[in-house]
Design a protein around this ligand. Structure first.
Ligand code: HEC
Ligand code: HEC
Ligand code: HEC
Length: 423
């Protein structure tokens, strides 16, 4: 009796343990499912932050199947198929292969990748974040698509040269926390220097296409006719004196009451930044604000300059063009209409030392990005076939010097040299 009782108890106990184990196992497997779903979603979000799709999708092509052509002074690069097709994509890649590509710039077959793929920035990305992006890419429908080879000019089509380039200019390494700074600042720094690859455009480049310093001091974008302004200088796009809310609004909606994103920056907001969470955009804003230098107010206000008569005439012609073609939108005193037409008075995109972007805005017109916060942006018409280069030169010179603005004069040659439809 006692024995059988004991046996019953033992059986019950065993059943209990087995049941417990079973439910633990069920929980565990449910957990891994939830985890991997979560991982895929996290990966999708992170891929947005890195704008992987923007580069790895051809115009009108299947998302992530590659084939987009990037023109650079070194030749034409073609982006790769990142869908999990076994033959033409990354279907046979392991997590380690993917890590080697994102972190070291090395393909599965051991070939060094060209830095037209901004792994020089993505190397800052942590392993768990890289794994999540990989999980997301593997969850995509495979697309069979063989992309054409790069057309690289000699001598850049040379792996030895690329090897040397990497030795000189590529610093591999995951982002290191700066413990003296807040978690928010660190998150912003991580996103800006890593996935956001802001440096890829906002850093000056030498003739080898390598960044000249490690700072976001601005530069002409390689192979593109846009100037990415300094994110440090208060004379360009440094936001050291902006309230956080203004920075957040510009980055997430593409426009605020005193600035607007255009050209390739509008593309970055449209394809990437507008999808980031409020917390992440805030972190980026906090970091950018800390980078921005303050204006030297001692140097202001500027003394009224004595303008030579010939310059005065040139600017007066520009004013005529302005009153005829521009004033309706940008206002008599260049004040614009908040969040509809950007002000030109006091606008650093107009006054900064490089007139390139201002000229391009007039030549090609453009739209701020359509975003949830600004779903139907007002556009600006292109003027290249409408008014002559000399008139464009005059009107841009005028807006750079009217209403308290101050900038160098622009010539018809400057206008012609700013042509080129590449982004
Ligand atoms: C500015 C454009 C650009 C962006 C943004 C970009 N890539 Fe690429 N990527 C390229 C180019 C160009 C290549 C081809 C490089 C080569 O073949 O040497 C490439 C190659 C790759 C490769 C190697 C493929 C292979 O077959 O070897 C991987 C993996 C990759 N990218 C992943 C990503 C991920 C993940 C992101 C987002 C975090 C991303 N890329 C964002 C331009 C880009
Ligand atoms: C593909 C190139 C490219 C990338 C990547 C890029 N930018 Fe820009 N950015 C530009 C260009 C070009 C401009 C100038 C046009 C304009 O004013 O919008 C610009 C302008 C800006 C401005 C000033 C906007 C204004 O008009 O006041 C800010 C702020 C800025 N970028 C921040 C960033 C941040 C933060 C990142 C990374 C998350 C980033 N950019 C990534 C090209 C780029
Ligand atoms: C129909 C209204 C309209 C007219 C007319 C117009 N603009 Fe604009 N302008 C805009 C809008 C909208 C933008 C923002 C475009 C963008 O984000 O790409 C803009 C942007 C600009 C910019 C870039 C400002 C910045 O912050 O990046 C400049 C410079 C400019 N306009 C100058 C002119 C000049 C000069 C003329 C006349 C030759 C003119 N505009 C005519 C609506 C207009």
């Amino acid at each position: 009796m006692r024995n059988s009782n004991r046996a019953r108890l033992a059986n019950k106990f065993a059943a209990c343990i087995a049941g417990g184990l079973l439910s633990l196992m069920q929980m565990a497997s449910a957990q891994t499912l939830v985890d991997s779903d979560e991982q895929v979603q996290r990966g999708e979000y992170l891929a947005r932050a890195g704008n992987c799709m923007g580069c790895h999708t051809a115009r009108g092509g299947e998302p992530y199947a590659g084939g987009r052509k990037l023109n650079t002074p070194f030749g034409e690069f073609v982006t790769s198929n990142l869908t999990p097709d076994n033959e033409t994509g990354i279907g046979r890649w392991s997590g380690e292969d993917f890590w080697q590509a994102l972190h070291y710039g090395k393909s599965k077959d051991g070939r060094y990748l060209y830095p037209a793929f901004p792994y020089t920035e993505y190397t800052k990305v942590t392993r768990p974040d890289a794994d999540a992006i990989f999980a997301y890419l593997r969850s995509l429908p495979p697309v069979v698509q063989t992309n054409p080879p790069h057309k690289i000019s000699s001598p850049y089509d040379n792996q030895t040269l690329l090897f040397l380039w990497r030795k000189w200019y590529f610093k591999e390494g995951v982002y290191q926390l700066d413990k003296s700074k807040s978690a928010e600042w660190n998150r912003g720094n991580y996103l800006v220097q890593g996935l956001g690859h802001c440096n890829a455009c906002h850093m000056p480049r030498n003739v080898w296409g390598a960044s000249q310093d490690d700072q976001l001091t601005g530069g002409k974008i390689m192979g593109s006719y846009w100037y990415a302004p300094s994110l440090i200088s208060p004379l360009e796009a440094g936001v050291g004196e902006w309230p956080i809310e203004d920075i957040v609004e510009l980055l997430s909606t593409g426009i605020n009451s005193h600035a607007v994103t255009s050209g390739s920056m509008a593309t970055i907001v449209r394809q990437s930044l507008q999808y980031l969470s409020d917390d992440d955009i805030r972190s980026i804003a906090v970091y950018l604000q800390s980078l921005g230098e303050k204006k030297d107010h001692a140097k202001e206000p500027r003394k009224a300059r004595k303008i030579p008569e010939r310059v005065r005439q040139y600017l007066a012609l520009g004013q005529e063009v302005y009153e005829k073609h521009c004033q309706d939108c940008h206002g008599q005193s260049g004040e614009g209409k908040p969040k509809i037409y950007p002000p030109l008075a006091g606008n650093r995109s107009v006054t900064m030392s490089s007139p390139l972007n201002a000229i391009r805005s007039v030549l090609y017109g453009g739209y701020p990005p359509a975003t949830a916060g600004n779903p139907r942006p007002y556009g600006m018409p292109p003027y290249q076939h409408f008014i002559r280069d000399i008139e464009i030169a005059q009107v841009v010179s005028y807006i750079r010097n009217a209403w308290g603005n101050s900038g160098s004069l622009v010539s018809p040659d400057d206008v012609d040299n700013s042509r080129g439809n590449e982004f």
